[in-house]
Design a protein around this ligand. Sequence first.
Ligand code: KIV
Length: 298
Amino acid sequence: MSVAPRAGDGKVTVPGILARKSASSSQPKSKITCLTAYDFPTARLLDQAGVDILLVGDSVGMVVLGYDSTLPVTFEEILHHTRAARRGARRALLVADMPYGSFHVTIEESVRNAVRLIKEGGAEAVKIEGGERRLELIARLVEAEIPVMGHVGLTPQSIHALGGFHVQGKTADAARQLERDARAVESAGAFAVVLESVPSELAARITDKLRIPTIGIGAGSHCDGQVLVLHDLLGLTQGHKPKFARQYADLSGEISRAVTSYCEDVRSGNFPSDAESFRSTNELRDYLRAPALVKQRT
Ligand code: KIV
């Protein structure tokens, strides 16, 4: 069973995110912060640090489950991680990614899956990759009271069709299509849209044209908000790192150092110390001092 988010306390809501689009002199626009979170302790830490949106992204497949792409991630895996993140998220808006295959067969099945993420996972919204071709699906989800975050530009679930992780919208035709995609997502009723790997000027133009907030990742600084994969930010991913993934910490190094020290201490007898061990009671001490019982013959 999921834990319901507490009302009040500055709880981030879907209308609240939409309202962040429009600035006024009394309420200056503040950028929306979004990070991925896949489990209870990190969701709790990010929530306490004031992150606005926690995304249970299908990137979990690559940075936690060890898959080569996001394609193998199953619906049940996303549901499992959404439940865990739900227990840690209080103030932040919790958004669950619809993984590849969970919204590609029929609209009915897709709505049923999204309902499970809300009902069983405790998500407050779902994210769907794709633009124009998701128009009908997004509209049906919104009709079923499920807030939707769109995702256009580089959509990792389309990796085979796109032919690799390339910046999108670089030609005039591609830019026009990307604008159509973003507008379609908005007109279908999405409350926000992720723009991934898009030239900054194009992302700025889309941001200016839309009435819903844009959340950029590799899309320049003009977007209404930014999202990163937490493991990239913390320095927990190995191998290729996208150029937009600014690293704020070196947790891989920290973990290696801590684990190496632990192994050295165990091997040298330096761990555990007396202070880290439990003392005997008088009764136990007497028992341990008494001669051991002679083993009975049968
Ligand atoms: O799965 C994910 O983490 C994402 C973000 C990178 C937007 O889709």
